[in-house]
Design a protein around this ligand. Structure first.
Ligand code: ADP
Ligand code: BMX
Ligand code: ZN
Length: 289
């Protein structure tokens, strides 16, 4: 059984063919259009999947946003250029003519990472630090999606009541501080206008402000991990996303977590499937594994 897996993030779209043995073939990427109008996303998805759709029997989508009855509802529309609502399953069914399912990107990645860990870890949490900050919770071997698809949206828990306003409407969310967008939004002076990737490379060159912004993100994430441990008593927290997987980032989170009381300590691990966790999680869920 070959799955056409699609990962829709705030920065990039990825698609690939995934076989039953989880082998990935013909992986492609395109930038996510920053547009309020659904037509731009539809056109980008069409271009992304056209070369692959003839080789698959179904479509599995991991997407940023709350996924409710196949529709993408942005909790933070700023991550998608202001787009609030997109008929995800309907669009891909129309484009490919194939049966289609969709799940939140971090929930999908949590499922893939749970699979990678084997049977030992029934209680685990996945956190992506990427355009936003997303999460997926596996409890007693079951993926929590929530009655309305909201379960695991850890990026919208409170980090600082005096912090920046988040695109979700709250003040001081973890996402507004720790995410790639949050890091970039706080940059000033010589770093103003730089994206998180550039800020990481400037930090590597010794830039003090860049270093501070990355530490601020990692410290915020460590406090989130402590909250997650207190809430779920999970055995392990797996971290993904391009910021989460950036060199040195997880070690910083570990450094700040070590400063929290012992009861909140939990093993941290970089995502086994790296940038493909969302694609593979969606494929696994669609294949019924
Ligand atoms: P998406 O959110 O679309 O899933 P990513 O996981 O790639 O995509 O996250 C995008 C964010 O990660 C952006 O803020 C980008 O600047 C940042 N980023 C991309 N590559 C790197 C890198 N090598 N090091 C640090 N940050 C990165
Ligand atoms: C946001 C939210 C989550 C998502 C997370 C990570 C939107 C559009 N997305 O908190 O649903 O899981 O970002 O998404 O409201 P990514 O784009 O960083 O991968
Ligand atoms: Zn928020």
């Amino acid at each position: 059984m070959t799955t056409l897996a699609i990962d829709i993030g705030g920065t990039k779209l990825a698609a690939a063919l995934v076989d039953s043995n989880l082998q990935i073939r013909e992986r492609r990427e395109l930038p996510t259009p920053a547009s309020k109008t659904p037509e731009a996303l539809r056109a980008a998805l069409q271009a992304l999947v056209a070369p692959l759709q003839g080789q698959a029997v179904h479509v599995a989508i991991a997407s940023t946003g709350i996924i409710r009855e196949g529709t993408l509802l942005a909790i933070n529309p700023l991550n998608l250029g202001g787009l609030m609502h997109f008929p995800l399953v309907q669009t891909l069914k129309e484009l490919t003519g194939l049966p289609t399912m969709a799940v939140n990107d971090a929930q999908a990645a949590a499922w893939a990472e749970h699979h990678a860990l084997g049977g030992e870890y029934g209680d685990m949490v996945f956190i992506t630090v990427s355009t936003g900050v997303g999460g997926g919770v596996v409890s007693e071997g079951k993926l929590l999606t929530g009655i309305n698809g909201l379960a695991g949206h850890l990026g919208h828990t409170l980090a600082d009541p005096h912090g920046p306003v988040c695109g979700c409407g709250r003040v001081g969310c973890v996402e507004a501080i720790a995410s790639g967008r949050g890091i970039a939004a706080a940059a000033e002076g010589t770093l103003a206008g730089c994206d998180a990737k550039t800020i990481f490379s400037r930090a590597g060159q010794g830039d003090e402000q860049a270093r501070h912004l990355i530490h601020r993100s990692a410290r915020t994430l460590a406090r989130l991990v402590a909250d997650v441990k207190a809430t779920t008593d999970c055995q392990i927290v797996v971290v993904g996303g391009s910021v989460g997987l950036a060199e040195g980032y997880l070690a910083l989170v570990e450094h700040y977590l070590a400063q929290e009381p012992l009861v909140y300590h939990v093993e941290l691990l970089a995502a086994h499937y790296r940038h493909d966790a969302g694609l593979l999680g969606a494929a696994l869920l669609a294949q019924g594994d």
